[in-house]
Write a protein that binds this ligand. Sequence first.
Ligand code: FMN
Length: 358
Amino acid sequence: MNHLFSPLKLKDVELKNRLVVSPMCQYSSTDGFANDWHLVHLGSRAVGGAGLIISEATAVSPEGRITPFDLGIWKDEHIPFLKRITDFIHQQGSVAGIQLAHAGRKATKSQPWTGNKHLSPEEGGWENFVAPSPIPFEENTPAPIELDLEGIQKVIADFKAATSRAVAAGFKVAEIHAAHGYLLHEFLSPLSNKRTDQYGGTFENRIRLLFEIVAAVKEVWPENLPLFVRISASDWVPEEESWTIQDSVVLGKELKAAGVDLIDCSSGGNSTKQQISVGPGYQTPFAQAVRLESNILTGAVGLINSASQADHIIRTGQADVVIIAREFLRNPYFPLHAAAEVHKEIKWPVQYERAKLR
Ligand SMILES: Cc1cc2nc3c(=O)[nH]c(=O)nc-3n(C[C@H](O)[C@H](O)[C@H](O)COP(=O)(O)O)c2cc1C
């Protein structure tokens, strides 16, 4: 029976355990560049024993940033510092992954700690923030620009070029961000996609852009390295025509057929009307449903805060990896503690061996 510290082979990549650092925006870049903050932030979770560390949402274009301070990968100059980070992560026996992202209509915001407000160009934001349809996420904010077919081609090309740079930067896992109400989720969901062309209307049309991006990414992403997609498995707006777990199961089957290796099952983020009943493991049933019904590997995420909870998810086959965000912020050494809690012997960094928990 697999458990939290069983290795997981994904194509030519082996994770030493099933603990994954969830992508977490740091809003600490200038012009998209990684810096010492990112090296220490991601590096300390590698020292802490995570099997896989997925970088924060990394913008494929400047207009695809949430804030002016997002990490980016839209130019070659971004590569060298990212390479320094991936090298460090790999030296610790962890694996470096990158989340490739476009913020869509949720772009041009201030950082959360300065209010998460819409930024006009005068305030350091930008006017060319785009979406499938010209519907703002929140009332009283400007409407995004509806992408035309040329704009859609640019988004696809941006994801592809960003993927080539991710390869050069040494990442071994790529995750396409199609969750949380950002651009690709906006295309998937009928709440935000009101198009009447080949990218809107039917389910097949709404998923089209994601599949065109998966295909473009796969042209440059090495075949021996795994590709993940993060989805919002439900919009949590059942009273309107919205994205549901049943849609996610169908999507999961089709993503598997398209060569995607794992679905990271998050939820929500595309509507101010969402009603989420939040509690420990509240999204884990989504990972379980997609895993069983779409027959694809999944990651469970969302309020997984203890070693025994995480171990239980793997042992009972609810998911293949456990993806953790906030607990990793509180405790970068969470895996070192978790191993002791579930009585598994793991290797500590030699520099820290004298502190080993037994
Ligand atoms: C500080 C912070 C930044 C986040 N940034 C991202 C992000 O860049 N991409 C993403 O997909 N999710 C992001 N999330 C969501 C987390 O990855 C995760 O899905 C969510 O926090 C639930 O997991 P948790 O209960 O373990 O925190 C962020 C969460 C936090 C707390």
